[in-house]
Structures are given as structure tokens and as C-alpha cells.
Design a protein around this ligand. Structure first.
Ligand code: AGP
Length: 372
């Protein structure tokens, strides 16, 4: 009913709007005033966590994209090798797991059969399993050694939005916690990141207030057949997520690529007026990456692409090559997906509406996939 949708036309719009609160709720009570993480719910002892020599993340769909981003954070802050695998592929390749592996299963519903089977397989090998889940008491957390709930509140729309942002927050918390428990050389950086993470919901709110041009742009693209998405580093999984949203909702051919891979094939797809969304990393810090992506934008634009550029406020280098520029607030590099994904959700939702599609219930899809 309209009341359940809180005055929004679709649950998806309501859930997009709820993201600042959802993100704040995921953080609630987990960072103390001194900036230390208190993840008491993670019932895997610090001494066990110090023994871990590998992290393996298993998940499907959007949750898998959260896992891809988590890998960057976990490896950077903890120096523990981290693999991310589609849950449906995991157990069939006889993965190398033992008691020193920490398996993280990410799932909004907690009922995804592929993810459940992957975690059962991991536990059979003696690995510890930590679930990152949004649904209290669901099967995946019940069968795991520990659970970190995302506290996003119920997500009704089939296309995941607030669950994704809160999965990211939970992943950052786990990565930071592992760094804290094991000691890391990134002490100063971690302090900065914890501070920025604590106030990130304000930035998500700011992004939401500037989405009208993104909706207007989406409406102009309703007759297109294809949209490509490019990113590097954590922007690459963001590109994959942008493409998945567009497939699910707008039924368009949408693909995400690592921008550096363009020259190895996908650049052949570029033709006159093809919309290409590019997620640009911060020009600060890892500026090499920034410069490389700016040349990627130049290359595709020279070949006729219509460039839709998502870049940090103050990033002037992209301006000459952006047919459409979507600004996001400056954040630490690893946290950028929390703000960069939001315009992509809004974009897909508006394109679906413009194409006359059912936003909350896309064809052929179910909210939780309880078959393998
Ligand atoms: C996201 O928009 C999708 N509907 C889908 O990819 C989803 O993320 C996937 O099926 C995993 O679901 P889960 O998080 O409930 O395990």
C-alpha cells in the first residue's frame, strides 16, 4: 500500500532514501568515542582472528559486489590475503580451506541457497564462517559461527540498495576490526577512515539531495539499448553494481568493465553516442589511477561515447571530457563506493520508470533465491 511505501511511488525509492539512516544504524554502537571498534557480536575470539591466514568471501549478485570492494579494504588494512568468489561457483572448484581460513558470507536475505551451500562447505572444511546479513534469525546467520547484522531494516524492492550500502559498511567494520585485533601499520589512516566512516551518512544524504539532474539524464536515455560502466580499484565493483541495477530494472544491456581492460577488447564496443558511465577515483592519494582513468575518458570520448562522469567535488581534470558530470563528495578512496553507488541506483530506477517497467518487481526475479 501507499502507506507502506512511506509516500514514495516504489519501495525502491523509499529504500534509496533510507540509506543515510541505514548506514548510520549499521555503525551504531560499533565505534566507541575513542575510535576503537567494538564488535562484540563477532563471537570469534581475537586470538582466533590472529591465527587467520586467509579470508574468503562468498556471496551472490549485489552482495558479491560488496565482497569485491571488501577485498580492497581487507587486504590493504590487514595484509591478509582475501579471495572473493561467487557462492554458486565456490564449492564446485574444491577450494583450499582449513581452520585458518575465515569465510565471510554476505547476504541480505540470509536465505540465498547458493551462499548457504558455500558456507556449509566451508564449515565442513573446518573454517570459521562469519555472516554479514540483514535478516535477523535467517538461515545463513543461524548456520554461521558469528554474525554481523547490517540493521538496514526490511528491504522489499527486489533490486538491492540500502542492503548494499550497509553490507559495505559492515565489511569496512570487519576489515578495520581485523586490523585492530592484529595490529597494522596503517594506524593513522585507520583513525582517519573511522572518523570519515562515522560521518558518512551525512555525505550519502548530500548525494541524495543532488539527484534531480541524474533523473533528468536517465529519462533522455530511455530509448537506448546499451549502457557501459567503467571503474578502477573500488570503482570497478561499483561499475559492476551500476550495470547489474540497470539489467535488473531497465532490462537494458549493461556491462561493467575495469577501465584498464578497455584497451584489451571492450573499447571495440564504443560507437557514436553510446552512453558510458565512468566512476572516477579521487584525484588525491592514488592520483596515478585518477590520471589513467581521465585518459580512458578521453579515449572513449574521442571515439564518440557519450561520457557520464561520476567524480569528486573539486576534481577539475575531468570537466573537459564529461558530457554529463555527476558530483560526489570527497571521501577516503576505499569509502568512495558508499557515495558513488547512489547515483547509479537513482539512474537505474528512473530509467526503469521511463521505460514503463515495474520497479519493485522486475520480471523473472525473486527477492531471495532459495534454489541452487
Ligand atoms: C540485487 O539487486 C539482486 N536482486 C540480487 O543480485 C541479490 O543481491 C542476490 O540475489 C543476493 O541476495 P542476498 O543478499 O539476499 O543473498
Amino acid at each position: 500500500s501507499a502507506a507502506e511505501k512511506g509516500g514514495y511511488d516504489y519501495f525502491m525509492l523509499k529504500e534509496i532514501a533510507e540509506q543515510p539512516k541505514a548506514v548510520a544504524d549499521t555503525l551504531l554502537g560499533r565505534i566507541d568515542p575513542a575510535g576503537s571498534l567494538t564488535l562484540d557480536e563477532v563471537r570469534i575470539s581475537p586470538s582466533e582472528l590472529r591465527e587467520i591466514d586467509k579470508v574468503v568471501i562468498v556471496a551472490c549478485g549485489t552482495a558479491f559486489h560488496a565482497g569485491l570492494i571488501a577485498k580492497y579494504a581487507i587486504e590493504h588494512w590487514t595484509r591478509i590475503p582475501c579471495e572473493v568468489e561467487l557462492a554458486s561457483e565456490f564449492r564446485y572448484r574444491d577450494p583450499i580451506l582449513d581452520v585458518q581460513s575465515l569465510v565471510i558470507a554476505i547476504s541480505q536475505s540470509g536465505e540465498t541457497m547458493d551462499t548457504l551451500m558455500a558456507l556449509r562447505h566451508a564449515r565442513e572444511q573446518g573454517s570459521k564462517v562469519l555472516a554479514i546479513c540483514n535478516t535477523n534469525g535467517s538461515t545463513i546467520p543461524r548456520e554461521s559461527d558469528a554474525v554481523l547484522y547490517t540493521h538496514a531494516g526490511p528491504e522489499v524492492a527486489v533490486a538491492s540498495t540500502k542492503a548494499f550500502l550497509t553490507q559495505l559498511v559492515a565489511c569496512y567494520l570487519v576489515a578495520l576490526y581485523l586490523g585492530q585485533v592484529r595490529g597494522t601499520k596503517w594506524g593513522d589512516e585507520i583513525r582517519d577512515v573511522v572518523r570519515e566512516l562515522s560521518r558518512i551518512s551525512v555525505e550519502v544524504e548530500r548525494v541524495l539531495r543532488t539527484m534531480e539532474p541524474v533523473r533528468a539524464l536517465a529519462r533522455t536515455l530511455a530509448a537506448k539499448n546499451t549502457v557501459l560502466f567503467l571503474g578502477r580499484h573500488v570503482g570497478y565493483p561499483v561499475a559492476l553494481e551500476g550495470a547489474l541495477k540497470l539489467k535488473e530494472l531497465a532490462y537494458m544491456h549493461a556491462e561493467g568493465f575495469a577501465a584498464g581492460e578497455l584497451k584489451h577488447g571492450p573499447i571495440a564496443l564504443i560507437e557514436e553516442d553510446l552512453p558510458v558511465v565512468v566512476v572516477v577515483p579521487s584525484p588525491r592519494g592514488r592520483s596515478v589511477l585518477h590520471d589513467k582513468i581521465v585518459s580512458n575518458i578521453q579515449e572513449i570520448r574521442a571515439r564518440g561515447a557519450r561520457t557520464i562522469v561520476i567524480a569528486e567535488e573539486g576534481d577539475e581534470a575531468v570537466v573537459p571530457y564529461a558530457d554529463h558530470l555527476i558530483r560526489i563528495p570527497a571521501t577516503p578512496t576505499l569509502l568512495q563506493p558508499l557515495v558513488a553507488t547512489v547515483p547509479l541506483q537513482v539512474f537505474a530506477c528512473e530509467l526503469a520508470t521511463a521505460r514503463g517497467n515495474e520497479v519493485d518487481q522486475p520480471r523473472n526475479l525473486a527477492k531471495s533465491v532459495t534454489v541452487e
